[in-house]
Design a protein around this ligand. Structure first.
Ligand SMILES: Nc1ncnc2c1ncn2[C@@H]1O[C@H](COP(=O)(O)OP(=O)(O)O)[C@@H](O)[C@H]1O
Ligand SMILES: [Mg+2]
Length: 385
């Protein structure tokens, strides 16, 4: 049986969501598949790595004595080389135990995980890794770079200005005048690298803008300010695959821009209001009941984005539609959507078990593809020295 390490938690504002993604959308379906030995690898909020069968159970994380229980476990370490190994120091006698890892299934959201850092780290381990490459994740998780790439490819985005934290701190007047010259209120102020609406504000005037810039730059070293898309329909499309991506169903989260998703509406209160399909984004309409042409435009745009950014395995592309103009704008990419967006894939006819199986297949496909790309080069530099 192959050993599949599921890595989750992490030093990220989306730590808790990652636990749910890992346990309910990855570990449980993998257990049902009975084809792999599952090695849960949990990174605590403090950044300590643990691996223990108990960490595959949600109850472990719901318990009040989690910290106590974690302190009884020995932290693990990783060994990179020809194989990726987990090293567990033995509880009895201190003998080390090595576990070979055949494939890694990351379940990390946000910073220090989904942003490419985990994918990059695992490049040293010579193992297939589910999801996007280091390069694609970095590009996708930077809202400013992602917009610049979209613009270079003639894809519509909301008009924007970006600014560094230090510019905001040292030359607020300059930043404000650039924004006022180029953009029209209401605006959205966003930290460039975070997700889950953390640090995002919708601002209607100068005073709110100053406040929004302060909040966003508290969370990030780069801030994005963009115009609000009016007459908004928000849609999102989860996609799987590598060179030949397969879209799930276009999904429309049911909420108004006035109370745009904050962390709570998105993840905590989702179940209590509105009609529709319950997903990790509260309630939504799957497939989105919108004009046929707009539906198709959104699907084509998301598939183009998937290819342009070199996304692989799985990703979700968020788009904003101006109903009056019948125009679809690219908003952002989530390289590892919460809960793998399995509720949407289920509606598209792909069960949770099939989804994880496909993602493992794509990880191996990408790994083999990369392996065939030459990465060494013989020279006689050393002999000539
Ligand atoms: N330009 C915009 N126009 C209208 N609504 C927006 C705009 N940008 C963001 N929003 C609203 O804010 C939400 C969060 O913004 P988003 O860029 O998706 O950040 P996050 O990474 O937190 O999901 C969106 O889902 C949408 O409801
Ligand atoms: Mg979003």
């Amino acid at each position: 049986m192959e050993n599949v390490a599921v890595i989750f938690g992490g030093v990220s504002t989306e730590h808790d969501i990652s636990i749910i993604t890992a346990i309910s959308s990855i570990i449980r379906p993998l257990q049902l598949l009975k084809k792999y030995k599952i090695i849960p690898v949990y990174i605590s909020k403090q950044g300590i790595w643990y691996s223990d069968p108990k960490l595959a159970k949600i109850e472990t994380f719901q318990a009040d004595d989690l910290e106590d229980n974690l302190s009884k476990l020995k932290p693990i370490s990783l060994e990179f080389g020809k194989y990726l190994k987990i090293i567990k120091s033995g509880v009895i006698g201190g003998r080390k135990k090595y576990i070979n890892i055949d494939l890694v299934f990351p379940a990390m959201h946000g910073t220090n995980g989904e942003d490419g850092s985990l994918s990059g780290l695992l490049n040293f381990g010579s193992v297939p890794v589910v999801g996007c490459s280091l390069r694609a994740s970095v590009l996708a998780m930077d809202k400013v770079i992602a917009k610049e790439i979209a613009v270079a490819n003639k894809i519509d985005v909301a008009d924007y200005i970006d600014s560094s934290k230090s510019e905001i701190e040292e030359n607020l007047e300059g930043v404000l005048s650039k924004i006022n010259k180029n953009l029209t209120f209401p605006l959205f102020v966003k930290p460039a690298h975070l997700g889950s609406s953390i640090g995002i504000s919708r601002v209607r005037d100068q005073k709110e803008l100053i406040n929004g810039l302060e909040v966003a730059s508290h969370y990030d070293d780069r801030v994005l300010v963009e115009e609000e898309i009016p007459d908004l329909i928000e849609v999102t499309l989860p996609i799987i695959g590598n060179q030949h991506p397969i879209p799930a169903l276009l999904e429309r989260p049911l909420s108004k821009v006035e109370d745009f998703f904050d962390f709570d509406t998105k993840y905590m209160r989702g179940g209590k209001k509105g009609k529709g399909q319950k997903g990790s984004q509260g309630y939504s309409e799957i497939p989105a009941k919108i004009d046929k042409k707009l539906y198709q435009d959104a699907i084509s745009l998301a598939l183009r984005i998937y290819k342009i950014f070199g996304l692989s395995g799985i990703s979700r592309v968020d788009m904003l539609i101006n109903q009056k103009l019948s125009k679809v704008y690219f908003n952002e990419i989530n390289p590892l959507p919460g809960g793998l967006y399995s509720h949407n894939f289920n509606q598209a006819g792909i069960s949770n078990v099939e989804l994880v199986e496909k993602l493992i297949f794509y990880a191996k496909e990408r790994y083999n593809y990369q392996k065939n790309i030459t990465s060494t080069f013989s020279t006689n530099y050393l002999k000539q020295f």
